[in-house]
Design a binder for this molecule. Structure first.
Ligand code: FAD
Ligand code: NAD
Length: 460
């Protein structure tokens, strides 16, 4: 066995692991990175990148271009190949990282084996991500099915795609496939996009239904029967959904099987590896970031957590994660984006102190000009500061950036209201929402009217 001593060992070369490795190596640490499968992890190979590339082709088809299903999939492969060099072994070796293309397994609290090498590290970061959860629904193994790990490889268009799960993966894939000419049925056990504001989710659901997607809620998949090309999913309440192909998108499970965490004294919960606010596991020299710790499962969260670990592991500085400023977006058309608390969560937390400012896309001249009037901005405000924002509508994922900035820096509503937005930009919806917060104070106030009356009497 070859023995390696390193400052920082990173296990997993996806969104989180690559961010830690690149940052730490460029700051002068001796860094070793283990990746057992594909550099770039889920986001590049089976997640964000292929899903957005497929949605982009689907959008073109929806707008009238002729897009063959196979051509859309080739576009997906090209996009991955274009981005891949950025996450490649070569690039990371160029940054000074020792990359080992193998899976890591703990031998002890400070040693990890990868193939025929044993690595001892001062600090270890676990960033092994998550995998699709495939629940043991009776009959599931009797039919072929896809997950996010296989669907982007399929070159043949499904005639009728059944999707179990109406979360972000289910809804993005539903719209992409529908727009590329497939029949699509979404079978959701509870509520579609259930982690989001229900009024906002309703806007997405209505738009997708209008495009011909069948969406069934409160339809927990309980049994699957059939054969290749003819699949039936039966819901708990007896409803039967028939299709030709099946996609399972019902959530994630943490990638911990290969790690032998017991040998390292690392505790887990059902969601993933247990971490404290500084992302340390129950073994104080080991951190866990990204999907594997079972928190919010997004690429930008893995990247944010990488920064926290660098601060703590490289500089020995105290660093704690925040979650109150984390945004997310579902890239259906219309998009749905959130940062901070939803209306429901804010009401529960702040009660009567909560004020909700709302502006509808229908009031935006640009949205009218573009024919994109479905949607709204809702801002949850407590004592003059936003504590959450929900946007559903055209480019909501872009517009949420402003509120992400406001929440990250604890800005006041007056900061957004004081911004001058170019007219007629769609982003003006944010300023108008801030305006909606102040307008009752300005226009419905007897005090303001009295002051204006007085001043007008005395002004020359
Ligand atoms: C279809 C889909 C669409 C998505 N879209 C978005 C989106 O639009 N925006 C967004 O923010 N997020 C999106 N996500 C979520 C995003 O992909 C994840 O949150 C992100 O990839 C998590 O990063 P990570 O570093 O934790 O894990 P990953 O990126 O998955 O990386 C983990 C890596 O660790 C490797 N590994 C596992 N075990 C070991 C081991 N023992 N030793 C060595 N290596 C190991 C794996 O091979 C993998 O490469 C999407 C996910 C899916 C599935
Ligand atoms: N745009 C984005 O940022 C984006 C896109 C895709 C995925 N992601 C990330 O990946 C994660 C996983 O996505 P996901 O959509 O798989 O998971 P999810 O947990 O968000 O949604 C899964 C859905 O499946 C439903 N479900 C579970 N069991 C069921 C059953 N037996 N029958 C019918 N429905 C059932 C659940 O009620 C839930 O609504 C997301 O939470 C998110 O963190 C992000």
């Amino acid at each position: 066995m070859e023995q390696i001593k390193t400052d920082l060992l990173v296990i997993g070369g996806g969104s989180g692991g690559l961010s830690v490795a690149a940052g730490a190596a460029q700051m002068g640490a001796d860094v070793t990175l283990l990746e057992g499968h594909k550099m770039g992890g889920d986001c590049l190979n089976y997640g964000c990148v292929p899903s957005k590339a497929l949605l982009a082709m689907a959008k073109r088809a929806h707008e009238g271009s002729t897009v063959k299903f196979v051509a859309a999939k080739e576009h997906v492969a090209r996009v991955i190949a274009t981005i891949a060099p950025h996450d490649s072994v070569e690039r990371f070796e160029g940054l000074g990282v020792r990359v080992i293309s193998n899976y890591g397994t703990f031998l002890s609290p400070t040693e990890v084996q990868a193939g025929d090498r044993v690595i001892t590290a001062r600090r270890i970061v676990i960033a092994t991500g998550s995998s699709p959860l495939v629940p043991p629904i009776p009959g599931i193994d009797s039919v072929p099915y896809d997950t996010n790990e296989t669907i982007f490889e399929q070159r043949e268009a499904p005639g009728h795609l059944l999707i179990i799960g109406g979360g972000p993966i289910g809804m993005e894939m539903a719209q992409a496939h529908r727009r590329l000419g497939c029949e699509v049925t979404v079978i959701e056990g509870e509520k579609v996009l259930g982690k989001d504001d229900p009024d906002a989710a309703a806007v997405v659901i209505e738009a997708l239904r209008a495009e011909g997607i069948e969406i069934a809620e409160d339809a927990l998949a309980a049994e699957i029967r059939g054969q290749p090309g003819a699949i039936d999913v039966t819901a708990k309440d007896g409803r039967v959904f028939a299709g030709t192909h099946l996609l399972v998108a019902v959530g994630r499970k943490p990638n911990i099987e290969r790690l032998n965490l017991d040998a390292a004294g690392i505790e887990t919960t059902r969601a993933g590896i247990k971490v404290d606010a500084s992302l340390k596991t129950s073994n104080r020299r080991v951190y866990a970031i990204g999907d594997v710790n079972g928190g919010l499962q997004f690429t930008h969260v893995a990247g944010y957590q990488a920064g926290i670990v660098i601060r703590s592991a490289l500089f020995g500085l105290p660093a704690k994660v925040r979650t109150d400023h984390i945004p997310w977006a579902t890239y259906t058309d219309p998009e749905l984006a959130q940062v901070g608390l939803t209306d429901g969560q804010a009401r529960e937390r702040h009660g009567a102190k909560l004020e909700v400012a709302r502006f509808d896309y229908a009031g935006s001249d640009r949205a009218i000009a573009e024919g994109r009037t479905a949607g709204f901005v809702k801002v949850m405000v407590v004592k003059g500061r936003p504590v959450g924002a929900t946007i559903v509508g055209h480019q909501a994922g872009e517009h949420i950036n402003l509120w992400a900035l406001a929440l990250a820096n604890r800005l006041k509503m007056s900061a957004v209201a004081g911004m001058v937005s170019p007219y007629p930009s769609l982003g003006e919806v944010n300023k108008r929402a801030a305006g909606a917060y102040f307008s009752p104070r300005l226009f419905d106030s007897k005090g303001v009217k009295r002051v204006v009356g007085l001043v007008q009497r005395w002004l020359p």
